[in-house]
Design a binder for this molecule. Structure first.
Ligand SMILES: [Zn+2]
Length: 285
């Protein structure tokens, strides 16, 4: 079913698991990502940055997600990730995205509250879910760098949520966008305090660097949406370099691209399985 974020997270909350949100970077990788989630019975959030959304075309992304969600036994949410512009949000909703993130985290608190409220008011009218953010997540995404993230303070999160009733709240607990080589030290104690302070389902960004052994602890502390982006780029690119570098120029493109899509599907299958509560097994480097 093509659905919004709210019921998918509510179900995860009720049963006690986390939903994988995977960034698509081109249109090719979307069908294998959805098929991977279907194969293990997990719901999936396909998310795109505003940049990717413009590159692929918002309506094209909606059409693919919608048709697969309607034909296959899988719940699919199409989510706009890290939108800072209200125009991007309006365009995505008009195109048929079922969920959006408004990222006002770099604005002063009062402005983040005011703008987030406007987005929620606009989105609710159209039956679309909204994720907001308090605290800032460091790292680089889409070429935009935030040198040092500002960890989310539980009191500030509580004050924010009192005024902003969103469907999901992104928090900063030590993860970084774009990191994939080292393992991230996440602050589980801080996450626990945020979880106790706010009822909203929590979202972890920059998830690629998080140790898979920590997933259970995150789920237990209210994380209902977990974003994976960088690992998908790395998997796709590595496979594509191998195939493109090894084949003749006139080889069917399928021979080069299918292995890259398969690599992405494998990441989704593995991560989504762990988010449902599977036990991690050692993974080859
Ligand atoms: Zn993010």
């Amino acid at each position: 079913m093509y659905t919004t974020l709210a019921p998918v997270l509510a179900e995860a909350q009720r049963v006690g698991y986390t939903v994988g949100a995977f960034n698509a970077h081109n249109l090719e990788m979307v069908p294998p990502m959805i098929a991977a989630a279907r194969d293990i019975g997990a719901p999936i959030v396909i998310q795109t940055s505003p940049g990717t959304a413009r590159y692929v075309g918002m309506k094209n992304l909606v059409a693919v997600c919608r048709s697969m969600a309607e034909d296959e036994i899988v719940d699919v949410v199409l989510h706009l990730d890290h939108a800072t512009s209200l125009t991007d949000i309006r365009d995505a909703i008009d195109a048929g995205y079922s969920s959006v993130m408004f990222d006002g985290s770099s604005r002063p608190f009062a402005e983040n509250v005011a703008a987030s409220r406007r987005v929620i008011e606009f989105a609710r009218e159209k039956g679309v879910s909204v994720e907001v953010e308090i605290g800032t997540i460091g790292g680089t995404e889409e070429g935009i760098s935030v040198a040092h993230g500002q960890l989310t303070q539980p009191e500030e999160a509580a004050a924010f949520v009192e005024q902003v009733q969103a469907d999901a709240l992104a928090v900063s607990i030590g993860t970084h966008h774009g990191s994939y080589k080292g393992k991230t030290a996440i602050d589980l104690d801080l996450l626990q305090r945020i979880h106790e302070a706010v009822p909203t389902p929590l979202v972890v960004h920059g998830g690629t660097g998080v140790d898979e052994a920590d997933y259970t602890a995150l789920t237990a502390r209210g994380v209902r949406k977990f974003n994976v982006g960088t690992e998908l780029i790395v998997a796709w690119t590595r496979a594509a370099k191998r195939t493109f570098g090894a084949t003749e120029d006139h080889t069917s493109l399928r021979n080069n691209i299918v292995p890259a899509n398969d690599a992405v599907a494998e990441v989704v299958r593995r991560k989504a399985g762990l988010f449902l509560g599977s036990t991690p097994v050692a993974q080859a480097a």
